[in-house]
Design a protein around this ligand. Structure first.
Ligand SMILES: Nc1ncnc2c1ncn2[C@@H]1O[C@H](COP(=O)(O)OP(=O)(O)OP(=O)(O)O)[C@@H](O)[C@H]1O
Ligand SMILES: [Mg+2]
Length: 290
């Protein structure tokens, strides 16, 4: 049976942001997601690792409500935002209008929305670019606009699909710091898809590895922040994760389970299903926030 994405209550008393139960997705007769069970807590930062083609983006799209053709059960909050590897800015809309795109028909007056948009741009350090055209931005700036566009929606769940994958190493480090600041301030649940094992360990509270459409590894990262790539516990986890990903490296893999890993509890969480939630379809293409 194919179901559509449901939502948890806006003010969920359960402290849970995502519940995926027995999620399966088939494309052309091929099982891409086989039986995914995942619960993410309300302010948890989860990194999702996996080799190319293992179904990471497929899972993220389902959780984002962008793909209703799955089997199983998915509960997500109403306010969620998706950020992709490309900023996906509309080139004929100025930066501020891109940030506010789709928010125009929710009854708030324009001045209030404009202020919210500027505030979000300020948070990502781009307030001075509000009236610029997207094509005049660098790749890192464009991704910061994408983050501002996510932030302005005050998401309870941020779904990030390799958001820094196309950025140079220095910009990526700055983006890591920015994302950490934003998370500390707004406390969304985050699901970050990445190929970068170091990025996952640096940022996440918990790391999940998807192998062939199923969760093969799921553990909390019990290393104090800020984390240092040179620390023994960091290197041990890195080695362990590379092993899970099937990457050979010369460093020996630590014994299993590693002492700094804590398996999350397996308690079954019950979240009441609410009415069907479709993504907002009020996206417009008018430049209304000059
Ligand atoms: N709309 C679609 N139609 C057919 N096949 C699809 C579709 N979307 C995804 N797939 C297939 O599902 C598999 C998983 O794709 P997905 O994009 O989720 O992988 P991924 O883990 O995100 O990979 P990458 O790390 O390369 O981004 C791939 O083999 C892909 O070709
Ligand atoms: Mg992908």
């Amino acid at each position: 049976m194919t179901m559509r994405t449901q939502v948890t209550p806006l003010e969920s008393p359960t402290g849970v942001a995502v519940v995926a139960r027995n999620v399966q997705r088939t494309f052309n007769g091929r099982d891409v997601l086989r039986d995914v069970n995942l619960t993410v807590e309300a302010d948890q930062f989860v990194a999702l690792l996996g080799r190319s083609g293992t179904g990471k983006s497929t899972l993220l799209r389902i959780l984002g409500g962008l793909d209703p053709e799955y089997e199983g059960q998915v509960l997500v909050p109403e306010r969620r935002a998706v950020v992709f590897q490309e900023a996906r800015l509309v080139p004929w809309l100025r930066v501020l209008s891109n940030v506010l795109l789709g928010l125009g028909s929710r009854g708030e007056n324009r001045a209030t929305l404009r202020d919210r948009g500027l505030e979000a741009l300020d948070e990502v350090g781009l307030a001075q670019h509000a009236q610029d055209w997207p094509l005049t931005l660098s790749g890192g700036e464009a991704q910061r606009v994408a983050l501002a566009r996510a932030l302005v929606r005050e998401p309870q769940l941020m779904l990030l699909d390799e958001p820094f994958g196309a950025l140079d190493a220095l910009t990526r480090i700055k983006m890591h710091a920015l994302l950490q600041r934003l998370c500390a301030r707004h406390h969304p649940a985050v699901l970050l898809v990445t190929h970068d094992v170091d990025e996952a360990i640096l940022l996440a509270d918990r790391i999940v590895v998807l192998v062939d459409g199923a969760i093969a590894f799921d553990a909390e990262v019990d290393i104090a922040k800020p984390r240092n790539r040179g620390d023994a516990s960091f290197l041990a986890l890195r080695s362990r994760l590379l092993g899970e990903l099937g990457v050979n490296e010369s460093a020996p893999t630590p014994p299993v389970p590693s002492p700094h890993l804590v398996r999350p509890g397996s308690a079954v969480l019950t979240v009441p299903a609410q009415s069907f939630d479709s993504l907002p379809n009020d996206f417009d293409n008018k430049e209304i926030f000059q």
